[in-house]
Ligand binder design. Sequence first.
Ligand SMILES: Nc1ncnc2c1ncn2[C@@H]1O[C@H](COP(=O)(O)OP(=O)(O)OP(=O)(O)O)[C@@H](O)[C@H]1O
Length: 246
Amino acid sequence: MLLEVKHVKKIYQSGPSQTIALRDVDFSLDKGEYVAIMGESGSGKSTLLNLLATFDQASQGSIHLAGQDLAQIKADKVAQFRRDMIGFVFQDFNVLDHLSNRDNILLPLVLNNQKVAQMEARLNELAPLLGIEALLDKYPYQVSGGQRQRIAIARALVAQPDIVLADEPTGALDSKSSRQILDLFIRLNEMGHTLLMVTHSSAAAATANRVLFIKDGIIFHELYRGQATEADFQDRINHALAVLAK
Ligand SMILES: Nc1ncnc2c1ncn2[C@@H]1O[C@H](COP(=O)(O)OP(=O)(O)OP(=O)(O)O)[C@@H](O)[C@H]1O
């Protein structure tokens, strides 16, 4: 078991008012899975992702990643744990415009004090896989949104994390670029990467092997793709979303 989320509750307290963002979230993920999380706005998806990402702590319950209880990581070790274990892909790419695409990708390794030769070797593995060889010397503002997302995915993978967390990775892309990113996710998963993606898009979720549906802070439904085609799985997801909206 790579990720184990047990009875997680998250309460935001601001002054006298409380918001229960997560009531009782319980699920686990094995290494090599590709899972999508869907739910309406305000259902708690970002809150959950923030907890998994070690950006915030659960109010109750526990989260273990690769056997490590996230609540037990010392404050001065959290950033290093995050860099080692987790890759992030965001809707708005979060790349730094004043760094070249190459330097954006290598940033996590620079922070880890890796040797230049090792960094170049890693880049040479990733660039052809992501189709970004010709983009490395350019800057993020000189490439398209879809290309920028591929740079961000390279950065997420460069330190060989145990899990990649993606928050609406196709949310800012047109349909063609979205499809390319989703095909890339499928490929990365086939290569053994563990992916957890939050998305509003049933087309995106249908590329995963399992979909968790979150509503009012609990996971109330789960679909496995099994042997279904992507199109059939998307139909099942849309049906579940329609039921969820009632
Ligand atoms: N920092 C915060 N302080 C107080 N309440 C918060 C905070 N962040 C989120 N919430 C509340 O917690 C609940 C869950 O929010 P969350 O952002 O996790 O939902 P979401 O499913 O990610 O929504 P969206 O799809 O719109 O991003 C909402 O009621 C939200 O208003």
